[in-house]
Design a protein around this ligand. Structure first.
Ligand code: HEC
Ligand code: HEC
Ligand code: HEC
Ligand code: HEC
Ligand code: HEC
Ligand code: HEC
Length: 446
């Protein structure tokens, strides 16, 4: 006889509970799919109205001129009439509604323009902002995400976990039942109860008796851990909420990159990036310029392109301790505290010099069109590990004529010991950063 006979009742009990668990697992995730087509249409309609009427002042998930709109219907619940507010906020303020008044004060009495919309159209906009999915990042930066409005992908991993836990509970309680049964049988036969192996012991015993099943579970758990870790590498460490990039904090002075660094033929000043970020070529950090750098020009340039711009330039004077009336420094400096836009976690190492001086990359490959369309500097790339290694996988390194590799090349040239082939390879083939070690953990992690 092979294996230990199992009481048939327990076996059918086991099969029944496995069936229940399995059906939970199979049926439950399908429910969210019901009614999807309708939701997609509503989302699209809301998006269109939002972009046409609201997008100039609002973002769904971030404050702009007005507050982030996600969840605003909930905030108004029992506090006032959100429809009337959206149709004409200035009229609505006349009702004296406390929430609306508070909001208006909080946003420095910025006026929200009236909107000729029906309640249904407002419903669509509010549906859109509540279910807003961030746009897919520019191609070549990260893996594709779900398109906005696309049916949500069903995430099966939490269900796998639930299944696993339920399975464990069922197994443990079954073994408890089995144990009491054995004890009862032994007692009726007049024998002493058997020694029990304890929790770990009984799991081990179970695994031993169910080798195939145990290895399948082990395999599943391993796959799950690996996939989860890999997934994390693409998203962990992203700042600015659930968005992939585009983190754009408010700065103490409205410094405009497009105006200063943008192309001259578009009426901009075309100042070289490294005029201000001068350490990018030689050190780890690109650096933020001190007000002295601004004052090189702004001693003479006191007026901006608008009254607001001129007011912003006054802030440079206050920071540098410059009196524009007497054209003298007063000595009372008050350094500008720029808010850091990019933040890599401490365990990751990144060097500008390696990429700018050695890799000869253009700033825009990683910082986007900061000189064309960013009046406020923002985090354009996701800064995830996936982003770094994706470029390292594709980017070609040109070793010939690159001073950094002269020594390596010279050493190869000097040696005849079978390196000739390697050298030819280096000259003829496309060599990616990855092949030079750009995927080694220690290159990027302390
Ligand atoms: C010209 C800028 C502007 C436009 C356009 C605009 N809003 Fe606003 N909105 C604001 C401001 C500013 C506030 C904050 C209150 C205030 O100062 O009036 C606000 C507040 C709100 C609130 C209240 C949010 C909360 O936290 O309770 C909602 C809801 C809202 N807007 C919806 C919309 C919708 C929907 C549209 C488009 C149909 C729209 N707004 C268009 C500027 C704007
Ligand atoms: C006239 C000076 C000046 C020039 C020219 C300039 N910058 Fe800046 N840059 C600044 C200042 C000041 C800040 C800090 C304020 C801010 O974030 O807007 C900054 C911030 C940045 C940031 C965000 C830094 C952070 O906190 O993470 C990036 C990225 C950046 N600049 C890239 C560039 C690139 C690329 C160019 C060329 C296309 C450029 N800059 C040209 C002055 C300049
Ligand atoms: C290969 C991608 C890449 C290139 C090319 C690149 N940067 Fe960066 N930059 C980054 C990353 C990543 C950070 C965040 C670094 C951190 O937090 O330590 C950053 C941060 C910055 C900052 C914030 C301050 C600092 O030094 O950390 C400035 C300013 C900046 N970059 C300007 C530039 C300029 C100007 C150039 C071109 C001369 C440039 N960058 C080229 C990836 C790049
Ligand atoms: C190479 C010269 C130069 C440097 C360096 C420079 N600026 Fe300017 N900046 C200008 C000029 C010129 C204008 C006015 C543009 C115009 O009126 O067409 C200007 C305009 C401005 C404005 C007004 C913008 C507007 O919308 O009207 C601000 C604010 C400003 N600069 C901030 C700064 C800060 C902060 C720094 C230092 C980080 C800086 N600038 C460095 C030349 C410079
Ligand atoms: C746009 C492409 C690009 C992106 C994005 C990028 N890199 Fe690189 N990286 C390069 C290139 C090209 C080189 C090769 C420079 C050279 O010749 O050594 C390089 C080299 C390196 C090296 C030196 C590797 C070696 O073998 O010595 C390190 C470390 C590194 N990158 C870290 C990072 C980190 C960390 C990030 C993400 C925060 C990142 N890189 C993002 C293009 C990129
Ligand atoms: C080209 C640079 C680069 C290489 C090579 C690299 N990493 Fe990373 N890694 C990063 C950056 C940048 C981050 C931080 C961004 C993030 O958390 O998404 C990161 C984050 C991580 C994290 C997440 C830590 C956290 O924040 O929770 C882990 C784990 C990790 N790396 C492990 C590895 C291992 C293991 C390897 C080697 C197989 C490796 N990395 C190779 C750049 C790199």
């Amino acid at each position: 006889m092979s294996g230990r006979p199992r009481p048939p009742k327990l076996r059918s009990l086991f099969i029944a509970s496995a069936q229940i668990v399995l059906s939970l697992f199979l049926i439950a995730p399908l429910n969210p799919a019901l009614g999807q087509a309708e939701d997609v249409a509503l989302y699209a309609a809301g998006e269109k109205i939002f972009k046409g009427n609201c997008g100039a002042c609002h973002k769904p998930d971030k404050d702009l001129t007005g507050p982030a709109l996600k969840g605003s219907r909930e905030r108004w619940e029992g506090q006032g009439d959100i429809y009337a507010w959206i149709k004409n906020s200035q009229d609505y303020l006349k009702t004296g509604n406390a929430y609306a008044k508070g909001l208006f004060e909080q946003w420095n009495k910025s006026v929200m323009t009236p909107n000729a919309l029906t309640n249904e159209e407002i419903d669509a906009v509010l549906y859109y902002v509540d279910n807003y999915a961030p746009p897919v990042p520019p191609p070549g930066t990260v893996a594709e995400g779900p398109a906005p409005g696309a049916p949500q992908e069903i995430d099966i991993w939490p269900w796998m976990l639930v299944l696993g836990l339920l399975f464990l509970v069922v197994t443990l309680s079954l073994s408890g039942v089995k144990r009491s049964l054995t004890d009862a049988v032994r007692e009726s036969e007049g024998k002493a109860p058997k020694e029990h192996p304890g929790l770990v012991g009984s799991i081990r015993e179970w695994a031993w008796n169910n080798k195939v099943f145990a290895s399948i579970i082990g395999l599943l758990v391993t796959v799950w851990v690996v996939v989860a870790l890999w997934d994390q590498a693409w998203v962990i460490g992203v700042y600015g909420g659930d968005e992939v990039a585009n983190y754009r904090p408010e700065q103490p002075i409205l410094f405009n990159h497009t105006l200063h660094a943008g192309k001259a033929d578009k009426g901009n000043l075309a100042i070289d990036c490294q005029y201000c970020h001068s350490s990018a070529e030689k050190s780890k950090h690109a650096g933020i310029p001190s007000t002295n750098v601004c004052m090189n020009c702004h001693k003479a340039v006191a007026e901006g392109r608008s009254p607001e711009g001129t007011a912003e330039i006054q802030k440079i004077y206050a920071a540098a301790g410059w009196d524009p009336a007497t054209l003298q420094f007063t000595g009372e400096e008050d350094p500008v505290e720029w808010v850091k836009v990019h933040n890599l976690p401490d365990h990751a190492f990144f060097s500008h010099a390696q990429h700018v001086a050695v890799g000869k990359l253009d700033c825009r490959e990683c910082h986007g069109p900061i000189d064309e369309e960013m009046t406020v500097a923002e985090q354009w790339a996701p800064l995830t590990m996936g982003w770094c290694i994706q470029c390292h996988n594709e980017k070609e390194v040109n070793m010939a004529g690159n001073g950094y590799y002269d020594e390596t090349m010279a050493r190869l040239e000097a040696s005849d010991l079978g390196h000739r082939e390697l050298k030819e390879y280096l000259e003829d083939e496309k060599i990616t950063v990855k092949e030079l070690g750009g995927w080694e953990c220690a290159k990027c992690h302390y």
